[in-house]
Design a protein around this ligand. Structure first.
Ligand code: IVH
Length: 676
């Protein structure tokens, strides 16, 4: 059959192949063939259908994104109404116990009866959709609408790749499948990243993305907002034997090729419900899609029938919600935070609001562009989102509630802490206070970083204490920490003699460190822990690092031009060099590491003696740079000396060199060797 030349047979075979591989890819997440092969088969079917339009079938994968834009969605009466579920407002375990008690009462179960079996599912945060399959072929998809009549969204739903256009195996005459269409978090992120790159509007959250995609009249546009689907129930059914439990029903739907969420369990009694709730609450943030709670359903279908319905809700199901991840609140102020590197970040101070399980009072606004894009203003009512451990975020402004004439936010030109200029380099999102360590905010952060566990690890130097040390002008730079004494410390709030001594001891302990930690603690731009370790490993000593020019730094693995420039800039700054000296004088020390420069050190093993006056650099600088290249620099000339560098007015050492036949080079020659 695969080799059939009959177009009709070939088209049927291609459809079958494509549907099967699509299912493996989108539902099972276990593709059997490479994407390129799928594309090849797809193009072959497209070509065949173009040549023989009569071969185009409703279940052809080429027809997922078809059709013209609609003028409006047509109404679809639901033959079996689409109900909603009761939501238990008591989100504690009490809610589960109350539900189980009620079920046992309504089923008239005696106190010593077996616990009731429940099917526990996730409550997906998307849009309820009813799919109608006739003779196995997807013929219609409708929204819930008012439960009696929905809207025909077949064109858009067909674009959902994980939905079978034809059911697998022997198909029922009529099968209406109910479930949730949703946008997965990765699809949401990808879509927004694309939109942002194109300077277009982004989606507020995955749920809005799903709603927007389904309500899109143009299926081409709907296809660009990819959705997924989970089946969780049934509507009208003809010619199909129902299983005996809800769990088995979902298994059967999965066998027909429908996507069914695997996060579901059969639980017994209220305890089983509570366990499920806890397990899901823990997993919630790690799921690749949003949920807003869990759903408990009586598992046995005969018991479901016995329980029946109450107006618009089944008695056999309840939704148990999680704390909302989005809430409304008011922006009371927009303040600026100045970070360690001077980055100025606008932060919204919020009227306290309980969201995502905690009370939120601040939300980062990232940078001026972000504030402008969202147009957040003081006094605005905003949607705040906090999902899991993620930092709370202002999602969007409720414009209808804006106070008239509220002024737009403007990034000030001067630092609110030190008054220095705030500069924003061309093409960069971040604005920075140029105050450096003159700026108290930056000083505080610099000291905090210096003392942090992975840096100098100064035990007991907490945030409050750092604030005081800076505010009282006791500490201006890290070296000042080592000049603190009991008297100075006990002048601070909540600092007794005992704590002061403890801190001094911690400071003393911190002096013995490693070069990598020390470098990291300095807070040099672009120098994180890994870079600091690379510098230690490949340059070995602080002297070698101080002497290293950019080409030299670039030889260190993982150091690129940006980091190399940042390192050079830092060490060229006289004030920084002074702090280094003071830290070393205070006793900060580390074991000398042996440099293992990867690229063979050009002057490794060579011995130099410097004499006379050099023009373009001092003798010390020349010595540092020679050492950085692997050379040894000695004070007197011997037979072992390889080169004597003779500057202006060179004296006895030059004579000695000539006597011993040692090579003599001048300053120009030295600069060549140093790579200048
Ligand atoms: S069952 C007859 N199961 O929650 C019971 N609904 O009011 C029909 N939902 O918007 C619903 N996940 O779309 C059921 N696992 C799940 C669900 C679920 C989400 C939605 C449903 C409806 C609302 C229920």
């Amino acid at each position: 059959m695969a080799q059939s030349t009959d177009p009709q047979q070939r088209a049927a075979w291609l459809r079958e192949q494509l549907n099967r591989h699509g299912y493996r890819y989108y539902v099972l997440d276990d593709p059997e063939i490479p994407d390129a092969e799928y594309d090849r088969l797809f193009r072959e079917l497209q070509a065949l259908e173009a040549a023989h339009p009569e071969l185009i079938a409703a279940d052809s994968p080429t027809q997922r994104v078809g059709g013209k834009p609609l003028d409006a969605f047509l109404p679809v009466p639901h033959r079996v109404p689409m109900l909603s579920i009761r939501t238990e407002t008591d989100t504690s375990s009490g809610g589960a116990v109350a539900f189980d008690t009620q079920i046992r009462r309504e089923l008239e179960l005696s106190a010593d009866a077996e616990p009731v079996e429940y099917h526990c599912e996730l409550k997906f945060d998307g849009l309820a959709i009813s799919l109608r399959y006739e003779q196995g072929v997807l013929v219609q998809a409708a929204t819930r609408g008012d439960g009696e009549t929905g809207e025909d969204v077949t064109q858009n739903i067909r674009t959902i790749r994980s939905l079978p256009l034809r059911l697998h195996g022997a198909a029922p005459e009529v099968l209406e499948v109910r479930g949730e269409a949703y946008m997965s978090r990765p699809d949401f992120e990808r879509y927004n990243a694309r939109q942002r790159a194109a300077g277009l509007a982004v989606l507020v959250n995955p749920r809005n993305g799903a709603a927007g995609s389904i309500r899109q009249l143009d299926p081409q546009l709907a296809a660009k907002r990819p959705l997924s689907f989970f089946a969780y129930g049934l509507g009208e059914v003809q010619g199909w034997d129902l299983p005996t439990t809800h769990g088995a029903l979902l298994d059967a739907l999965a066998t027909l090729g429908l996507p069914v969420c695997e996060e579901r369990v059969v639980a017994r009694g209220a305890e089983g419900l509570i366990d499920f709730h806890h397990a899901v609450a823990k997993k919630r943030d790690a799921l690749p899609f949003d949920i807003d709670g869990v759903v408990y359903k009586v598992n046995r279908l005969d018991q479901q029938r016995q329980l029946g319905f109450r107006t618009r809700e089944p008695r056999w199901a309840v939704a148990h919600k999680f704390p909302a991840q989005e809430e409304l609140t008011v922006v009371e102020a927009i303040e600026l935070q100045v970070g360690r590197t001077g980055a100025v970040t606008p932060v919204a101070r919020l009227k306290p609001v309980f969201v995502g399980g905690v009370t939120v009072t601040n939300a980062t606004l990232h940078n001026a562009d972000e504030v402008a894009r969202k147009d957040v203003r003081v006094g605005d009512t905003v949607i705040v989102r906090r999902a899991g451990d993620v930092i709370p975020e202002v999602v969007s402004v409720v414009l209808e509630r804006r106070i008239p004439d509220a002024p737009a936010f403007q990034m000030p030109t001067n630092c609110p802490v030190c008054g220095s200029q705030i500069l924003r380099p061309e093409g960069e999102a971040v604005a920075r206070c140029i105050g450096g360590l003159y700026c108290r905010a930056q000083r505080k952060e610099a000291i905090r970083h210096f003392a942090s566990r992975r840096a100098m690890d100064i035990d007991g130097l907490g945030d409050k204490l750092v604030d005081q040390l800076i505010e009282q002008d006791l500490v201006h730079d890290p070296a000042d920490l080592y000049a603190l004494d009991v008297q100075a410390l006990t002048s601070l709030d909540r600092m007794g003699t005992k704590s002061a001594i403890n801190l001094l001891e911690a400071l003393e302990r911190s002096k013995t460190t490693t070069l990598a930690r020390f470098l990291y603690s300095l807070g040099i731009r672009e120098v994180g822990e890994a870079t600091a370790r690379a510098l230690e490993r490949y340059l070995g000593t602080l002297e070698a690092l101080l002497a290293a020019d950019e080409p030299r730094l670039l030889q260190v693995p993982d150091i690129g031009p940006v980091a190399a420039a940042a390192i050079r800039t830092f060490f060229q700054e006289p004030h920084n060099r002074e702090v280094l000296t003071r830290l070393q004088t205070a006793g900060v020390r580390w074991p000398t590491a042996t440099a293992q420069m990867p690229a063979d050190q050009p002057l490794a093993g060579k011995s130099f003696v410097l004499t006379g006056t050099l023009e373009s650099l001092t003798r010390d600088e020349a010595a540092e740079r020679l050492r950085a290249l692997g050379a040894k620099v000695a004070g007197s000339v011997s037979k072992k000396t390889d080169y004597v560098v003779a500057g202006r007015d060179a004296g006895s050492k030059l004579d000695k060199a000539r006597e011993l036949g040692v090579s003599v080079i001048d300053e120009a020659g030295l600069l060549v060797l140093l790579g200048k």
